[in-house]
Write a protein that binds this ligand. Structure first.
Ligand SMILES: [Mg+2]
Length: 267
């Protein structure tokens, strides 16, 4: 069997968007473990929250965090840096808020605010604020977080202003993320794939699963790209060729497409 690595987004993909449960994906996760197929997190979460999460689920020790800003190569090798330092991004974010006062960065939120907005427990929200290579932010409107239509209308000029600073803005499931230009889940996945090949071994096949636009570079970087459905049963509009869309949302969709992948002819 050709070696296979499965790269997966967490929130809204392997984890239920509201409950953060991965129970619906359990049969496929168990099958991956039986077959020795590594499942690798590729997420906008921080190093600390991903490390806890990956250990709890039983994922590979290695993972991509903060939208490709860094790769955790394991306790012995530590962090491979791909992004720009958080202090630099915060300085740029402050300049952005000069133009767009309706932006609110995660670093400016209290732990209680992050917990309320994300549904995370306070201890997990505290880990979520430990940014190294990205600044998540929301667009505020009328005293609360702007709805999807308002945010989508506002986003292009914010994206353009970030680009003029040599940075980029990508949209995840809950937050926009300010980060280095050229940083992506896809760049990081290509790099980590190389790091995971044992000396002398052939290149593995790769699969990728996501639910949001910030996952598109991940889907482009793999042999088998999958989108799971959103909680409402819809799917993020995606023009990428060759993407298989699960019939179900989040971890239930994850389970469906991974079991089919593991049972594919020739595997
Ligand atoms: Mg997601």
């Amino acid at each position: 069997m050709t070696e296979l690595i499965i790269f997966t987004d967490l929130d809204g993909t392997l984890l239920d968007k509201e409950t953060y449960s991965w129970e619906s994906a359990r049969p496929a996760l168990d099958r991956c473990r039986e077959l020795g197929v590594p499942v690798v997190a590729v997420t906008s979460k921080t190093l600390e929250e991903t490390r806890d999460m990956a250990a709890g689920i039983g994922l590979d020790e290695r993972f991509v965090f903060e939208n490709g800003g860094g790769i955790w190569l394991g306790a012995d090798r530590g962090v491979l840096v791909l992004g720009r330092p958080h202090a630099e991004l915060r300085a740029a974010f402050r300049r952005l808020t000069g133009f767009f006062p309706d932006l609110r960065g995660m670093t400016d939120m209290t732990v209680a605010e992050v917990a309320a907005f994300t549904g995370l427990l306070p201890a997990a929200a505290e880990l979520a604020r430990r940014r190294r290579f990205s600044e998540p932010f929301v667009i505020v409107s009328g005293g609360g977080v702007a709805g999807p239509a308002v945010a989508a209308a506002r986003a292009p000029e914010i994206v353009a202003a970030a680009a003029e600073m040599g940075l980029q803005v990508v949209r995840g499931g809950r937050f926009y993320h300010l980060m280095a230009a050229g940083q992506s889940k896809g760049v990081a996945v290509r790099r980590l794939t190389v790091e995971m090949i044992p000396p002398g071994a052939p290149a593995p096949q790769t699969a990728g699963l996501g639910d949001s636009p910030n996952d598109f570079p991940l889907l482009t970087a793999v042999d088998f790209p999958f989108l799971v459905r959103l909680a409402d049963g819809g799917v993020t509009p995606c023009q990428l060729p060759g993407v298989t869309v699960a019939t179900r949302p989040g971890p239930a969709g994850w389970c469906e497409v991974v079991l089919a992948l593991l049972a594919r002819p020739g595997s």
